[in-house]
Design a protein around this ligand. Structure first.
Ligand code: ATP
Length: 884
């Protein structure tokens, strides 16, 4: 018998579990050990050896190795071995960089891994989906990906989309009843939920019957095709640039070799020097360092509670010019508290804060109780038409579920309604809440088999559906005056920044149809709730900081226009001449009409998720780089269409998370701002080390080229060139990738996404600094050579030391867009350490007598050092006074 043919009791027995209690933690642990994690077998990892060997596949490195081999065979053992060792160390460095990047990417993937709600030992818990085991009772709701194959045990308007399995993109209704037929295809097993398929509507529960590779999804082999590693636009741009740089480096190196041979240097010497120079000058490590910088930046973002799902988002973040943010939960606390109630034409206040149950219902300073006409039934309706539960943790109440629903539970408890009342009612049907409908309904049956409908939702949505209104004397026909009175009450609440919610009901005749299309009409409006949701701490400052940084924050909310306006004013988000648009106005506008005014709009109220897409499009047409937040399943298209899609870690659905490129672990607007600062900083750091590496390379090539053109001896021998490449390009460049941001990074406007890598004067800085580094090295070499024409090793040591020191001083210059003196050079501890260790290695190479023959060096005296330092400071001092 198949799972879909069994009834729920049989499934429970077979899997030794009950839907009331779930598995025990012990059982779950045992099953995890027995069956392994609930995940599809992924492509095998690339072997570490291969990654290591990959470091040597570069064409020039291969030529260098071949040349070294020849040198070795010709008897130049020392040089050959030294070069081999340096190339090997370089390979290790590249390997470790790549490993680090891989590891942090894997960690990221793990952090954004899906979560499942499971019942263990009678309590609902959230566990990573990979820990779900056969027999687990799971809860699913709209927006979730189903964590494993489940036999559905309970469903409420549950619909799933199984196109990944069946190719059919229309949603399938799911229910719990067993099916007698046999040999059903997946799409006909309507009481089963399949791993990785999507819940598009409603909610439900189920028992896990298959995990990992033992699921229908696991059997589809094609899914296990390795997904290609994607490169970010910057990595792509750099790869393109790399090709040009290789060509230029090769050309210049060829020039050096030709000039050298022409001036009478032995061909073999020039060849080895040329190849070493090419290896040093070609920035083959650039893409790897960029990936490391990106992934290290991403880790810093994690510490600030932002998880980057797509590395490319890091770059785009720095270009964001608009942040469209949800209000509820992102700009506000999402801790709803009912503060006011409008009932029987009277205003009642509810005291107390947050989800604390302390509080009373007050009318004109006097406490009222359940006998106040209609109050008990209004609060009871609010309790029944509800999906949340009140839970206790460390002596404090919190809400599991929608905070709006939670607020209604707390209000009911303040009036003394206990949750035992639930036992008197049975839910027969449910039409779930979503942001498009802006309402939720249930049909309940009481002990006397009397049925009635309860609907709660946005007042403007419920009022047109209501023909009656509840009054002290009972139900009466809704007149125009009653409608006006209700609208006025809604406005009054909204003006105080309260979220408004209406509650209505309809008694149902026994035989009345429960079809969704006909249920929510002819209602009796009972009353209105006004809920407070205070702004989050820190959001106001974050909004100001965004504005200083040239980024416009925009509020998008499903709430009432006036509520949105009031909160936006509280947060100083809405300037005096700022426009507030609502969903009805948006409906009547074309994208181009919207485009005309969109730059003046700061708040969009009463919007549905479809509107969000229209807003994104209009903004993008206006040339903006748009960051858009979202949490519900219907927000996914807008998130996908935006330049930076942002989802909510706490309240978001799996679908929005998958569509997004950034997840906010704390759902907080201020976190978006932190991520943008980090995004800008990472990009600036990448510019910093590109500037450093390329200027150093220009210097290295030029010193050789100038010397050859001037018919001088070689200023640097091959091992020295390779050593410079290894030591100065390695750690200091990495440390620049970890640099702190400049103070004004959030005072500059957003970066133009079309700008090239060398924009904003970077190209000039590279070439000018490079030329001067080359020149000072050459001059130091010439002076040393003139004084000691017989001691070439001495002059080469001077040139080598000057070049290294000039680069190590220049690295501090690269930290600022402005000038060397604009920043405290000791601020970046990693850089100070990297430079100190490079200096130490330099001293070792110069002064350790056993290494001197290998590196062709000799000890320098104090006078030499004065000259070396004077020359090596020159480039930074010279340019320290200009901003160019
Ligand atoms: P955003 O998160 O985009 O700022 P929002 O969360 O306030 O907006 P929605 O959740 O779409 O927007 O809510 C819109 C309206 O729907 C609310 O103002 C309220 O009147 C009503 N509403 C909200 N939650 C519920 C619920 N659980 N049941 C019934 N009605 C609800």
């Amino acid at each position: 018998m198949k799972w879909y043919q069994m009834d729920v009791d049989t499934v429970e027995q077979k899997l030794h579990v009950t839907t009331k209690h779930g598995l025990s933690d012990k059982q779950a642990g045992q099953r995890q050990k027995q069956y392994g994690p609930n995940q599809l077998a992924s492509e095998k990892n690339v072997s570490k050896w291969l990654i290591f060997l990959k470091q040597f596949q570069d064409f020039m490195v291969l030529i260098l190795l071949a040349a070294t081999l020849i040198a070795g065979m010709l008897g130049e053992y020392v040089d050959a071995i030294a070069i081999m060792i340096i190339v090997l160390v370089n390979g290790f460095l590249g390997y470790f960089q790549e490993q680090k990047a891989e590891k942090s990417l894997a960690k990221l993937k793990e952090m954004s891994a899906p979560i499942a709600a499971v019942l263990r030992d009678g309590k609902w818990e959230k566990v990573p989906s990979r820990d779900v085991v056969v027999g687990d009772v799971v809860r699913i709701k709209s927006g979730d990906r189903i964590p494993a194959d489940i036999r559905i045990t309970q469903s409420s308007s549950l619909e799933t989309e199984e196109s990944a399995l069946t190719g059919e993109s229309l949603p399938v209704m799911k229910h719990a009843a067993s099916i007698a037929r046999d040999k059903l295809d997946a799409q006909d097993q309507v009481n089963m939920g399949f791993m990785s398929t999507l819940v598009t509507r409603g909610s439900g529960r189920g028992i896990v019957v298959g995990t990992g590779m033992n699921t229908v999804m696991g059997q589809i082999a094609s899914l296990m095709v390795k997904t290609k590693k994607t490169t970010t636009p910057l990595e792509h741009k750099l790869a393109e640039l790399g090709k040009i740089l290789i060509a230029v480096a090769l050309l210049l190196t060829a020039l050096v070799v030709l000039a050298g041979v022409y001036q009478g240097h032995p061909v073999y010497n020039m060849f080895l020097a040329g190849v070493s120079l090419a290896v040093a000058a070609i920035p083959e490590g650039l893409p790897a360092i960029v990936t490391v910088a990106l992934s290290l930046g991403v880790q810093r973002m994690i510490r600030k509670k932002a998880i980057v799902r797509k590395l490319s988002a890091v770059e785009t973040l720095g270009c964001a010019s608009i942040i469209c943010s949800d209000k509820t939960g992102t700009m506000t606390e999402n801790q709803m508290t009912v503060k006011e109630v409008f009932l029987n034409g009277k205003w009642l206040n509810v005291t107390g804060d947050g989800y604390d149950l302390e509080g009373n219902v007050i009318l004109n300073n006097d406490m009222v109780d359940r006998n106040f006409p209609n109050l008990e039934s209004m609060f009871l309706y609010g309790m029944l038409c509800n999906h949340a539960s009140l839970m206790m943790k460390k002596g404090k109440y919190y809400v599991d579920g929608d905070p709006t629903d939670g607020a209604l539970l707390v209000a009911a408890r303040k009036l003394g309604l206990s949750h035992q009342l639930y036992d008197n009612y049975r839910v027969v049907k449910e039409l779930p809440f979503d942001s498009d409908r802006k309402r939720m309904s249930i049909v309940v049956e009481d002990d006397n088999k009397m049925r009635f409908l309860i609907t709660k939702g946005a007042p403007e949505v419920l009022l047109p559906r209501s023909n009656y209104v509840m009054r002290e004397q009972g139900r009466k026909l809704m007149r125009t005056e009653d409608k006006q009175e209700m609208n006025l009450a809604v406005d009054k609440m909204a003006d105080k920044a309260l979220r408004t919610l209406a509650i209505a009901m309809r008694p149902l005749a026994k035989e009345e149809s429960l079809h969704s299309a006909v249920l929510e009409k002819d209602l009796t409006l009972v009353g209105l709730y006004g809920m407070m949701d205070p702004p989050r701490k820190g959001v106001k400052t974050a909004i100001e900081e965004c504005r200083d940084a040239g980024i416009k924050p925009v509020m998008i909310t499903g709430d009432h226009e006036k509520t949105a306006r009031a909160i936006a004013s509280e947060l100083s988000l809405l300037p005096e001449d700022g426009v507030v648009l609502n969903g009805y106005q948006l409906n009547t506008m074309s994208v181009s009409e919207l485009q005309n005014i969109i730059d003046r709009v700061y708040v969009f109220a009463r919007v549905t998720p479809e509107h969000k897409l229209k807003i994104v499009k209009a903004l993008q047409e206006e040339g903006h780089v748009v960051a858009m937040t979202g949490d519900g399943v219907n927000d996914a298209p807008a998130i996908k269409a935006s330049d930076i899609g942002i989802s909510m870690g706490e309240s978001g659905t799996d679908v929005t998370k998958e569509a997004s490129s950034l997840i906010l672990m704390d759902d907080n607007f201020a976190t978006i701002k932190s991520a943008i600062i980090e995004g800008r900083n990472i990009y600036e750091n990448i510019r910093k080390f590109i500037r450093y590496l390329l200027a150093s390379n220009v210097g290295e090539i030029l010193v050789m080229l100038f010397a050859m053109l001037l018919a001088m001896p070689l200023p640097l021998v091959p091992v020295q060139i390779l050593w410079v490449n290894l030591v100065t390009d390695g750690l200091p460049a990495m440390a620049l990738g970890l640099d702190q941001s400049e103070n004004d990074v959030m005072k500059r406007g957003p970066r133009n996404p079309k700008e090239g890598i060398f924009a904003r004067g970077l190209g000039f800085k590279i070439v000018s600094r490079g030329i001067v580094i080359g020149l000072v090295t050459l001059i130091a070499f010439m002076l040393a050579y003139q004084g000691n024409p017989d001691n070439l090793i001495y002059s080469q040591t001077v040139a080598f030391t000057t070049l290294v020191m000039a680069q190590l001083i220049h690295v501090f210059d690269c930290r600022s867009e402005h000038s060397f003196f604009a920043r405290n050079p000791f601020e970046n501890k990693y850089l100070v350490l990297a430079v100190l260790s490079s200096v130490l290695l330099l001293l070792v190479v110069i002064y350790w007598s056993s290494l001197q023959p290998i590196f062709h060096t000799t000890a320098l005296n104090l006078k030499d050092w004065v000259m070396v330092l004077a020359f090596s400071c020159l480039p930074s001092v010279l340019f320290g006074f200009t901003k160019k």
